[in-house]
Design a protein around this ligand. Structure first.
Ligand SMILES: [Fe+2]
Length: 234
């Protein structure tokens, strides 16, 4: 059964996301049990996997398809000043273990307009600054007017893929660091907010698991996002 959601409240939060770059959506929290977590870890063949059936079940049961999707569609028309009806969703399950050092500071913009990060398992790290926190630079750029601008800006921000470079950027630009420890989902503008994760150390060997639900790739068919996904075969 799909849970009931306060639509007006949800719409306000989406408006706030568009205005400030991000917003928390506790209504889409997912109480994944141990069995589910074990099943996710057992099915892991790579860090990122697309269209996991448990991810799809989460979107169905929490009402993401029924309630959040239509609001995002309406707001996207206003945001992009278009009559086009976007409906593409790209579900990625991210499962990281601490041996994956390459997962930190992979600073990037998403190809999709909105990204919902749903924490499934976030191992508690006492007194550590490195628990895979998400670092977000809200609306560090505007929605690119065309694909060439998108590509050039993505290339420009590639210089921030190290701890040192990110530290420098933090000193001069508004940013937030979100540890997701309370497992509240975060909605943000993936194309406008530069983002990356801190390194992740697990004291008890637990994996860090998040569902990344991406909404609407507004780039043309030959755009960077499409090409990247084709190459990765996700
Ligand atoms: Fe991303």
């Amino acid at each position: 059964m799909i849970q009931n959601i306060d639509i007006d409240e949800l719409e306000k939060k989406v408006n706030s996301t568009i205005k400030t770059g991000y917003c928390f959506l506790p209504e889409f929290k997912w109480e994944g049990d141990q069995e589910m977590i074990q099943s996710l870890v057992a099915s892991k063949t790579k860090t990122y996997s697309a269209k996991h059936n448990l991810h799809d079940e989460y979107c169905q049961k929490t009402g993401i398809f029924k309630y959040l999707l239509p609001i995002l569609q309406t707001k996207t028309k206003l945001l992009l000043n278009t009559s086009k009806n976007f409906d593409d969703i790209y579900q990625i399950t991210r499962i990281v273990d601490q041996s994956e050092k390459g997962e930190s500071y992979r600073t990037h913009f998403d190809s999709h307009l909105f990204t919902l990060v749903t924490p499934i398992q976030i191992p508690k790290i006492e007194n550590s600054k490195d628990s895979g926190q998400l670092i977000v630079f809200p609306k560090i750029r505007q929605e690119p007017k065309n694909e060439l601008k998108n590509i050039l800006e993505k290339a420009y921000f590639k210089r921030y893929t190290s701890e040192r470079a990110i530290s420098k950027l933090k000193n001069k630009t508004k940013h937030v660091e979100i540890d997701l420890q309370d497992r509240t989902p975060l909605l943000f503008l993936g194309r406008q907010c530069l983002h990356c994760n801190r390194p992740f150390h697990s004291e008890n060997g637990q994996h860090r698991i998040t569902f990344l639900t991406h909404f609407f790739d507004s780039s043309p068919k030959w755009g960077l996002g499409q090409i990247n996904r084709m190459l990765r075969q996700r």
